[in-house]
Design a protein around this ligand. Structure first.
Ligand code: NAD
Ligand code: UGA
Length: 483
């Protein structure tokens, strides 16, 4: 590498910026990593000496933070200084779906990316490599370049110049440290070869060279959206088949196992569940849909939109089954919700299937008691008591009008007294070890367990005298349709 890289800045200390920079800092002890954010509380949590209070929960993260923080990894709100001294700047800010205005409900809101680019333009010195780490619509690099270059000309600091690269992140929450340590690939898109080599030299500290792919910048941006769209499509596919299993007597576990043995299909990402959640799948597919519509590719747009439509339908299907099974009404019935995070091993609840399912049950008048080992009551309150509604979101409007606020949070699992049913919505390990013999004694009869993650031991539950509904299990066909 010709360029000498010493200092790296990351704008955005979230689920991507935090773990990614921590991994880089642990692999590159000679480089300095400054992670900055406008959110003072978040930065305070990143600096908390009590490592259990980091703002995000990720297995393995605490140990890496203990080894790097305040050595070559620093979390602060001093954005100006971090930019001024950086040779490479990662933009790792949030890019949620727009809720208002042009493209609302589909296109990404780039206001945080734009604000970051403007800060970079304002404070950077000399030559700086600016890296898109956030997931962005195709051709965003052009926007960033325009902002940076116009600052260059507006500014008397003639010596400043930039190279913009795309380097999307593929980590999954809950396995972020493992994914970062051993990525399937590192993707670097750009046209400035020297800048691309400089960025890849950081990864080369631990990633084998053959896993580092160079592409043009638009392919890199599109590959990230496409990767998430393909993954989400697999989940919608398997969940749609789970519905067929339930009415035909087939079993989704067996179907998944059988198709997964085909090496062309592969066995990963074939677990049927309550519908995909997380901050990215839906947002990134809708982004792709917006892009296709923009270029008049309406059939393409419809194809990808159906992946999101099936997911919404599937989540609704689960709450409907619960209501139907409990004799057509859950009004004033106590229902235990096990898990609120969008998947296990994360405290993230964004777009969690639990949100929609809980809202549906609250509208039906249920009395929910919600447990999650890592999610806080405040997060659940933000998710369930939101007053925001999109213009075209009828379900959310209905919820706002009918939200009786009948939910409570519990940190403990001593919550089964007088419950009519238990819904497993997140696959937390501890739910596998519930003593069903003890639980059944506390519940109202007939008592039900609805397992949307297929993690509960069916024999133990049935032996204890509980009724079990498991997603995609067709053997329960006759039992359920009796109600
Ligand atoms: P996040 O909301 O957890 O974090 C983003 C952070 O950026 C926030 O802390 C916010 O305060 C900060 N921020 C916003 N504007 C800022 C500004 N102008 N200056 C400084 N800080 C600012 O989001 P995330 O989950 O880390 O996702 C970030 C991006 O990475 C998104 O584009 C997402 O699609 C993508 N991504 C996320 C994941 C994931 O697992 N969460 C994985 C791959 C890619
Ligand atoms: C996903 C991708 O896996 C990452 O590669 C990508 O970087 C990231 O999105 C992103 O861009 O944000 P993440 O959303 O963290 O990662 O988690 P996943 O493991 O992909 O799970 C997403 C959702 O699908 C979860 O709700 C999960 O429970 C569900 N899922 C996953 C299933 O229902 N079945 C499966 O077989 C796998």
């Amino acid at each position: 590498m010709n360029m000498s890289i010493k200092k790296i800045c990351c704008i955005g200390a979230g689920y991507v910026g935090g773990p990614t920079m921590t991994m880089m800092a642990s692999k590159c002890p000679d480089l300095i990593f400054n992670v900055v954010d406008i959110n003072k509380e978040r930065i305070k949590s990143w600096n908390n000496t009590d490592l259990s209070k980091l703002p995000i929960f990720e297995p393995g993260l605490e140990k890496l933070i203990a080894n790097t923080r305040n050595k070559n990894l620093f979390f602060s709100t001093n954005i100006k200084e971090a930019i001024e001294t950086a040779d490479i700047i990662f933009i790792s800010v949030n890019t949620p779906t727009k809720t208002k205005g042009l493209g609302a409900g589909k296109s990404s809101d780039l206001k945080w990316v734009e604000a970051s680019a403007r800060e970079v333009a304002k404070y950077s010195k000399g030559y700086t490599i600016v890296v898109e780490k956030s997931t962005l619509p195709v051709r965003t690099a052009e926007v960033i370049e325009k902002i940076l270059n116009s600052a260059e000309t507006n500014n008397s600091r003639k010596e400043i110049s930039f190279s913009v690269l795309s380097n999307p992140e593929f980590l999954a929450e809950g396995t972020a440290i493992k994914d970062l340590d051993n990525p399937d690939r590192v993707l670097i898109g750009g046209k400035d070869e020297e800048a691309m080599n400089a960025l890849s030299s950081i990864y080369k500290a631990w990633v084998p060279e053959e896993k580092i792919l160079f592409t043009n910048i638009w392919s890199s941006e599109l590959a990230k959206l496409t990767s998430n769209a393909f993954l989400a499509q697999r989940i919608s596919s398997i969940n749609s088949i789970s519905a067929i299993c339930e009415v035909t007597g087939a079993d989704i576990q067996e179907v998944s196992r059988a198709i997964g043995k085909d090496t062309r299909i592969g066995s990963k990402f074939l677990d049927s569940g309550p519908g995909f959640g997380g901050s990215c799948f839906k947002k990134d597919i809708l982004n792709l849909v917006y892009l296709a519509e923009f270029f008049d590719l309406h059939e393409v747009a419809k194809f990808w939109e159906s992946v999101v439509d099936i997911n919404n339908w599937h989540q609704k299907r689960i709450s409907t089954i619960v209501v139907k099974t409990l004799f057509g009404s859950v009004a004033n019935k106590k229902l235990v919700i096990l898990g609120f995070a969008f998947k296990a091993n994360t405290n993230d609840t964004r777009e969690s299937a639990a949100i929609k399912i809980c809202k549906d049950l609250i509208i039906e008048g249920a009395d929910l008691i919600i447990h999650d080992p890592k999610v806080s009551s405040k997060q659940i309150e933000n998710a369930l008591d939101t007053r925001e509604s999109l213009d075209n979101d009828k379900d959310q409007k209905n919820y706002i009008q009918n939200n009786l606020g009948k939910w409570r949070f519990s940190k403990s699992l001593d919550i089964f007294d007088n419950a009519h049913a238990i819904l497993v919505l997140t696959e937390w390990e501890e739910y596998k070890y519930i003593n069903w013999d003890k639980v059944v004694k506390k519940m109202v009869k007939p008592s039900w367990v609805f397992d949307s993650r297929s993690i509960i031991n069916a024999n133990e539950v049935k032996k204890a005298g509980l009724n079990l509904w498991r997603l995609g299990d067709g053997s329960q066909k006759n039992e359920i349709s009796n109600f």
